[in-house]
Design a binder for this molecule. Structure first.
Ligand SMILES: *Cc1c(COP(=O)(O)O)cnc(C)c1O
Length: 371
């Protein structure tokens, strides 16, 4: 008999639940053979990356025999210029989720408290839990409002505050004045991590604070996370980045990541992608307009839909959403049933091209009228 794994695996790790990754097209095809698929479960960009990013990746040829630049300097220089920050404060990750792991490894001791908004991006909690930290959740209101006073109070009891703005899965966001109040009230003992995975979509809101702008001159230590996976359409290549409050902080994060965490293809594509801002902005404008169209259709049907500054909508189905999502799969529509306690009757649907959104609406409303 082999040793029970419980003897080897840490308690914190055994307590984790598997990540609820979206289904792939292949999985859905194999299980249901639908006539077509609308992949609206993972907040990807339906227009894909800039064609220039694909060209740059293809041009690598056999240079992929060599290790990539461990610091992704060419991308870092370009981004630093674009963002107006010191290149020594930019760190890259194998997706920004890699950097969520890195900051947790660098900062958290067993027993530390991490505050986060809830429902949350599960990895904000999972990497903290893995380190033995305790997570304090600040739950959004029934009207999807972010309880700012509770957030500030919890953050000031915590070693680290981490949340996404706009929130994933909800789409709600902390506005400019609320963000200002938060940072003005935050203790310098608390490390602030703002995950701006949906920044490019949210930046077009009248009342969305760029954390980078808002934190200029702040005495807090902070990390702002962004990614090439969402609006830039490079989810499959895995590249995200963080901007830190100081080169010192960045250098500590460098020590807890794998040295070659961003591959050569991702670096080449990212460099070309960030130079093609027109491609990103055209996609962003389209998705925002489709998002508003969809939200109106669903609310006109009497459904409860959270306000969203991202490329997705969080919809109350009034019943266990796993069953709803499974029913939609039969006709080839992939959405994400939310599986966190208290929000299991919600689905998160990504905004795609109009034809895919129409397919979702038709399938979803047909199902809802039957149940
Ligand atoms: C999608 C997402 C990420 C992960 O992005 P990658 O760069 O692909 O790892 C991080 N945070 C939030 C809130 C997300 O929704």
């Amino acid at each position: 008999m082999t040793m029970p794994l419980g003897k080897h695996i840490r308690d914190e790790v055994r307590a984790l639940t598997p990540y609820n990754a979206g289904l792939t097209i292949e999985e859905v095809m194999a299980a249901y053979q639908p006539a077509s698929i609308a992949k609206l479960g993972s907040n990807e960009n339906p227009f894909g990356p800039s064609p220039k990013a694909v060209q740059a990746m293809n041009a690598l040829g056999s240079s992929i025999a060599l290790y990539p630049d461990p610091l992704a300097r060419s991308v870092g220089t370009a981004l630093a210029e674009k963002l107006g920050v010191d290149p020594q404060t930019i760190i890259f990750g194998n997706g920004s989720e890699d950097l969520i792991g890195a900051v947790c490894r660098a900062v958290l001791n067993p027993g530390d408290v991490v505050a986060t908004l809830y429902p949350s991006f599960p990895l904000h909690e999972d990497y903290a839990t893995t380190m033995g930290a305790t997570v304090e959740r600040i739950v959004i209101g029934d009207d999807f409002a972010i309880p700012l006073d509770d957030l500030i109070a919890a953050a000031n009891r915590a070693k680290m505050l981490i949340f996404s703005n706009p929130m994933n899965p909800v789409g709600a966001w902390l506005g400019t004045e609320a963000f200002r109040r938060l940072t003005a009230s935050l203790s310098k003992d608390t490390l602030l991590v703002v995950d701006e995975a949906y920044f490019e979509y949210a930046a077009l809101e009248d009342d969305f604070p760029s954390a980078l702008e808002a934190l200029k001159g702040s005495e807090l230590n902070w990390l702002v996370l962004r990614t090439l996976s969402k609006a830039y359409g490079l989810a499959g290549l895995r590249i995200g980045y963080g901007i830190t409050s100081s080169p010192d902080f960045k250098s500590y994060l460098d020590r807890v990541r794998t040295p070659f965490n961003v591959n050569a293809a991702a670096q080449a594509a990212a460099l070309a992608a960030i130079a093609d801002e027109d491609h990103v902005q055209a996609g962003v404008r389209y998705i925002r307009s489709e998002r508003e169209r969809l939200a109106r259709i669903l609310t006109d049907e009497g459904l409860k839909v959270a306000p969203s500054a991202g490329n997705f909508l969080f919809v109350d189905t009034g019943q266990p959403s796993d069953a709803v999502a499974t029913a939609l799969l039969r006709s080839g529509t992939i959405v994400k049933p939310w599986r966190q306690e208290g929000f299991r009757h919600f689905i998160r649907v990504s905004i795609g091209k109009a034809e895919d959104n129409d397919k979702f609406v038709a399938d979803f409303l047909a199902f809802m009228r039957k149940t």
